[in-house]
Design a protein around this ligand. Structure first.
Ligand code: NAP
Ligand code: MG
Length: 462
């Protein structure tokens, strides 16, 4: 695979300060496909200085000009869609059709939505005798994970550009090639030098240096709750803004009036897509006791059908971790009805689509984020019981409710402690705010709410 041996800083690819590198591995066959530089504090400092120098001019551009650059960026992503999909498949392992539809397709939608929002957003508002201006927060430090490598970059960079912020991105070490491709796209789109900068590197080195840098005004992080906690503490101590998009353990609540077969089928597919490496996946399926056995049979069948269409997990560590969780589920008394901890292939970090029945709400597999193709079926007695179980984790990122009529599903969804709920299989909306209640995070991404994260207000009184 094509890789740059430098950092994209101030509009050009420049050599890294040090000599350390990161080997990029294809998780489907465990082969090294490229090497990229592992940046450190010096590279981060150079990137933050470039972003700071570019800030006044970019912040002062008319929203229509920023909208035009984001639209151009979207067009480059469209033109390079196949290359994006192939790159994500090579370094993340997602099956190519999924990479094309989701890993390349969704960022195009999101970039398009911010081209529109940059042009239409009310950056100025009259409130009584005041004029309130929405101004850019400043220099953004963006730290992103590997599971939706381009989406998570675009969900930060597009609104930051729309707001008039400048950016330093530290992408996940497992998926730096997608990030390099994105930097090329930003360049091709004619975004001025220094507005967007990329430093590849390791989390505890480059990521930490970025989060701690005094020249960064806002840290926007997506990843694990453990690292998010640390970044939140660092940002708090420095009194800088922080947005955290963290883990989830979302509930798929199937009420007795629902179309059971559809709810179970869509629910299993929701977890298996991207091999279960989705923070908002509905990993707990809640079924009324009267329908429980039927749901278990349907889920086992759906998982078995998934079979070979599932991609590998991203790396050896995640492979070991997910298989460890499956073993723990068995040890704690859950019943395997599909899949299991054995690796289905000799090569690659594969795990079979796995379904657990007889899961109780306190079990580890019902409480902790597994981040693999594992769904747990939990039985409930009545609506209050279902709600107690649905809300009974430290997380609150997403969820689903299925019922015979929409009003019944909505009434239940309104009682859930979570940031986003799909009603009877509702479709993805790139304008809907996405983010967590409780320990799933702080702040929102996407749409106008996502844009507001990159703005601060100034009021003038007359
Ligand atoms: P992670 O360590 O939180 O990684 C997210 C990003 O933070 C990466 O760019 C990472 O760099 C960086 N990072 C790591 N340590 C850092 C530090 N001390 N300071 C600043 N940045 C730092 O997540 P992971 O290790 O890849 O995955 C572990 C678990 O996190 C998964 O099993 C899953 O449960 C959860 N996760 C959640 C999401 C989500 O979307 N909510 C996404 C990914 C993972 P490196 O790539 O070099 O580590
Ligand atoms: Mg990590």
């Amino acid at each position: 695979m094509k890789a740059h041996d430098g950092m994209y800083i101030d509009g050009a690819w420049r050599p890294a300060a040090g000599r350390d590198t990161i080997a990029v591995v294809n998780p489907a066959d465990e082969q090294v496909i490229a090497e990229v530089p592992a940046g450190g504090a010096e590279d981060i400092d150079a990137a933050v200085r470039a972003a700071r120098a570019a800030l006044p001019a970019w912040a002062a551009t008319a929203p229509a000009e920023r909208a035009a650059r984001i639209a151009a960026l979207r067009d480059v992503l469209v033109a390079r869609k196949d290359e994006i999909a192939e790159t994500v498949t090579a370094e993340l392992g997602a099956p190519l059709p999924f990479s094309q539809a989701v890993h390349a397709g969704v960022p195009i939608l999101v970039a398009g939505s911010y081209a529109g929002l940059a042009a239409s957003y009310a950056f100025e508002e009259k409130v009584g005798n005041s004029t309130v201006y929405a101004e850019p927060v400043g220099v953004v430090g963006a730290i992103t994970p590997w599971n939706y490598p381009l989406h998570q970059i675009v969900a930060k960079v597009a609104p930051a550009l729309a707001a008039g912020c400048t950016i330093v991105l530290k992408p996940a070490e497992d998926t730096p090639l997608t990030a390099q491709l994105f930097a090329e796209a930003v360049h091709e789109a004619g975004v001025p030098a220094g507005v967007f900068n990329l430093v590849t590197g390791l989390g505890p080195v480059a990521g930490q240096a970025l989060a701690e840098h005094e020249g960064v005004d806002l840290v926007s992080f997506t990843g694990s709750t453990a690292v998010g906690r640390k970044i939140g503490a660092t940002a708090g101590a420095a009194v800088k803004r922080v947005a955290l998009e963290l883990g989830g353990k979302s509930a798929n609540v199937i009420l007795p009036s629902a179309d059971l077969a559809k709810a179970v089928g869509v629910g299993v597919a929701n977890v298996m897509g991207n091999s279960g490496q989705t923070c908002s996946a509905w990993t707990r399926m809640l079924v009324h006791t009267s329908q429980y056995d039927e749901a278990v049979a349907l889920a086992a069948e759906a998982a078995a059908k998934y079979g070979d269409r599932i991609g590998p997990l991203v790396n050896a560590k995640q492979h070991a971790r997910v298989r460890g969780y499956i073993e723990k589920g068995v040890a704690e008394g859950a019943r395997l009805v599909a899949g299991g901890p054995e690796a289905p292939r000799e090569q690659g970090y594969f795990v079979s689509p796995t379904v657990f029945a007889d899961v109780t709400p306190e079990m580890t597999v019902a409480q902790e984020e597994i981040f693999g193709p594992v769904v747990s079926l939990i039985r409930y007695e009545d609506g209050d019981d279902a709600l107690r179980i649905a809300n009974g984790t430290v997380y609150g990122l997403a969820g689903a409710v299925w019922a015979g009529d929409e009003a019944e599903a909505v009434a239940f969804a309104r009682r859930m402690d979570t940031g986003q709920v799909d009603i009877n299989g509702g479709r993805f909306n790139p304008l809907a705010p996405f983010g967590g209640y409780k320990q799933s995070g702080v702040g929102r991404e996407l749409g106008s709410h996502g844009l507001a994260e990159y703005l601060q207000t100034k009021s003038l009184q007359f």
